[in-house]
Ligand binder design. Structure first.
Ligand code: PBG
Length: 324
């Protein structure tokens, strides 16, 4: 096909033509909505760099879950900020830990929304690293035990799915085994398989109060320069029993999402992280970008690249827009 026989503009003439030939549709069905739960009562503390997002106590999280459920958002992703942090991350797997309490309460009050829990230790360790320290380095194998205990305690509280994000080698296999041994063979694992050491997690660390007190996460999270290694990381997680694989962040990593979609046939999630959200919010607040269009274009691009599931702080705003 060549000009002048082929004129692509013919099918762009008006919105009805454009609707007919549109290749990618983002739906509320694709979205997971992250929430941050803190101790206390009636707490709703704005997260500065993530306008519209809050640290909420369990009572308010339940209300937010109700809203999300009414908007037909299929799933929440829960992060917890404990009242007390220690070297051993005991708050992560405590029976009455903050996430465990929230899961129990949401399951009881809002049974029709899925609860996914982030399984990591950085919010619970006094040093802010994602695992157990051996001097200044994060020790892989002792961390696996703590991650497994954490995942099992989330399942015990009623979590519908667990999402390990610590980037320890072997974490998916360890958690799968722990779940199976404890009668949670039917609880799926969404693996943060290709998670890069990204500056775009900056606002999240304010939200989750999880910035490392020294050093960085480059000895466990991936080098942003590596795409082949991302495929190897995903291959490992698939072999270890992941039910859903994830690429993170999303927008600066669309090539990796695209490759993962082609090379693997498991459901693929992409995490539209806090910094991707904050950039657009900040530009919009300055009048430099149209927020709604930037949101829709971002989510569409992530889906077009190949993501089946998008974890996004825009989930509620998107769902509200769709329900208008
Ligand atoms: C926990 C975790 C992080 C994010 C999700 N799980 C932070 C980190 O790895 O430092 C980031 C999410 C976001 O930026 O929106 N390890």
């Amino acid at each position: 096909m060549q000009f002048p026989e082929y004129r692509p503009r013919r099918l762009r003439k008006n919105e009805n033509f454009r609707r007919l030939v549109r290749e990618t549709q983002v739906s509320v069905d694709d979205l997971i909505y992250p929430l941050f739960v803190v101790p206390g009562k009636n707490v709703k503390k704005p997260i500065q760099a993530m306008p519209g997002n809050f640290q909420m106590s369990v009572d308010n999280i339940v209300r937010e879950a109700e809203l999300a459920c009414k908007l037909k958002i299929p799933a929440l992703l829960l992060f917890g900020i404990p009242s007390h942090k220690d070297e051993l991350a005991t708050g992560a797997f405590a029976k009455d830990g903050i996430v465990q309490q929230a899961v129990k309460k949401i399951k009881k009050e809002v049974p029709d929304i899925l609860i996914v829990t982030d399984v990591c230790l950085c919010e619970y360790t006094s040093h802010g690293h994602c695992g157990m320290l051996e001097k200044e380095t994060v020790d892989n194998d002792s961390t696996l035990e703590v991650l497994t205990e954490t995942a099992v305690s989330h399942a015990r509280a009623g979590a519908d799915m667990v999402a390990p994000s610590a980037m320890m080698d072997g974490q998916v296999a360890a958690i799968r085994e722990g779940l199976d041994e404890n009668n949670f063979a039917d609880v799926p694992v969404m693996a943060y398989a290709a998670k890069h050491a990204s500056c775009f997690y900056g606002p999240f660390r304010e939200a989750a109060e999880s910035a490392p007190k020294f050093g960085d996460r480059k000895s466990y999270q991936m080098d942003p320069a590596n795409g082949d290694e991302a495929m190897r990381e995903i291959t490992l997680d698939v072999a270890e029993g992941a039910d859903i694989i994830m690429v993170k962040p999303a927008l600066p990593y669309l090539d990796i999402i695209c490759r993962a979609k082609q090379e693997f046939d498991l459901p693929l999630a992409a995490y539209n992280v806090s910094g991707e959200f904050a950039m657009i919010k900040a530009a919009a607040a300055n009048g430099w970008l149209d927020e709604e269009r930037a949101m829709l274009e971002s989510l569409t691009a992530i889906k077009r690249a190949g993501a089946d599931i998008i974890i996004t702080y825009w989930a509620k705003q998107f769902a509200e827009l769709q329900s208008k």
